[in-house]
Ligand binder design. Structure first.
Ligand SMILES: [Zn+2]
Length: 57
């Protein structure tokens, strides 16, 4: 299981994305970023940061 805690990128956010693969975690995070943080599309830099924050649980 992979996990990404939004607070690793956005301080104070309690959202945690979990999935079987990094890809599924990334797509959940992208949806959350749009809905909760108004980020229409994650930039390459944001994606890199998000990928780096994904860890195995
Ligand atoms: Zn968030």
């Amino acid at each position: 299981m992979k996990e990404l805690r939004c607070k690793d990128m956005k301080k104070g956010c309690g959202f945690v994305a979990r999935g079987r693969t990094t890809q599924s975690v990334m797509s959940k995070t992208a949806r959350h970023a749009k809905a909760a943080h108004g980020i229409e599309k994650m930039t390459a830099a944001m994606s890199r940061k998000a990928r780096a924050a994904v860890h195995t649980v």
